[in-house]
Design a protein around this ligand. Structure first.
Ligand SMILES: C[S@@+](CC[C@H](N)C(=O)[O-])C[C@H]1O[C@@H](n2cnc3c(N)ncnc32)[C@H](O)[C@@H]1O
Length: 276
């Protein structure tokens, strides 16, 4: 019989040989894979369960693997033409990720309204960012603001880093695992956008751990208003109840913002008065 270490190596290799998962952090695949190996009866079942989980937390949002070199070239052309063209190109790229695609109809108001009280924003830590950093042109940033983004995809983070450099925004993008090893960069605000449900699918305690761990004065936490398939199913109420449950013992004031496709909460982590 194979040693557990061998089985995990074989699982990681099998999962990452698929183009859909090749860009995902090896450490993250290993952690998810080890948990599945301990629960499943065979390596084959564990490989299938690991792929399912990676699909649920990341793959489901990206149609095909990202065409990053072509997207970057389009953004470079647009940047050379100036602001309206750059915004159009950012919108076109954000349409390739289901999460940012859902935000496109509310892009003009989402960041302006949720960040109004703390604008101009001086630093952002965008946890599990997906392609959200491409919404920078719609954010009320201070000159010289620092943008730090992280996600489980290497290729996506390379692309996001190149986008920040192209648009002259200070900061960087790197691979992280917000479930097992939350990022510890300090920022004025942490974005935790539509991410808690994904993390809690891997570990039920990951949401509160992340909210506690992020070193930021504020956290902007959001949830989708509908499922990926487009159905409402009372999701907003369910997610709001979950967030309020998580925050029961944290005396952090919370502001609520309801948009057509997203429900957002600005959490003031500095405060210790009773949450609203
Ligand atoms: C629903 S999408 C949200 C993306 C982005 N925050 C937004 O609102 O547009 C969830 C994101 O979480 C990322 N993700 C899933 N598990 C993660 C983990 N353990 N650590 C970091 N990122 C993760 C996925 O790759 C995906 O980009």
């Amino acid at each position: 019989m194979a040693e557990p270490g061998d089985a995990l190596d074989r699982l990681v290799q099998a999962v990452r040989s698929s183009a859909k998962y090749a860009g995902i952090s090896e450490d993250f695949v290993q952690r998810v894979g080890a948990a599945e190996l301990s629960k499943r009866r065979s390596l084959k079942e564990a490989i299938k369960a690991t792929k399912n989980k990676l699909h649920q937390v990341g793959g489901a949002y990206l149609g095909a693997a990202g065409d990053y070199p072509r997207w970057l070239a389009a953004l470079q052309d647009a940047a050379a033409q100036g602001n309206p063209a750059l915004r159009d190109a950012c919108r076109a790229v954000m349409a390739h990720h289901a999460s940012t695609r859902e935000r496109l109809p509310i892009l003009e108001t989402f960041f302006a309204e949720t960040l109004a009280d703390i604008a101009p924003v001086t630093s952002i830590l965008d946890v599990a960012s997906g392609l959200n950093p491409l919404a920078v042109p719609w954010m009320p940033l201070a000159p010289g603001a620092i943008y730090t983004a992280c996600d489980i995809y290497h290729d996506m983070m390379d692309f996001v880093g190149a986008f920040l450099a192209l648009t002259g925004v200070a900061g960087r993008a790197f691979v992280c695992d917000a479930v097992y090893d939350p990022p510890d960069q300090r920022a004025q605000i942490a974005f935790i956008l539509k991410t808690l449900p994904c993390l809690e699918q891997v570990d039920k305690s990951a949401g509160l751990r992340l909210l506690d761990a992020v070193r930021a004065d504020y956290a902007l936490v959001s949830f989708p208003a509908r499922s990926l398939g487009g159905r409402d199913k009372g999701m907003s109420a369910h997610y709001e109840a979950r967030l309020r449950e998580l925050l029961t013992e944290r005396r952090w004031p919370v502001q609520r913002f309801a948009f057509e496709t997203e429900l957002a909460f600005l959490v003031d982590k500095r405060g210790d008065s009773a949450a609203s």
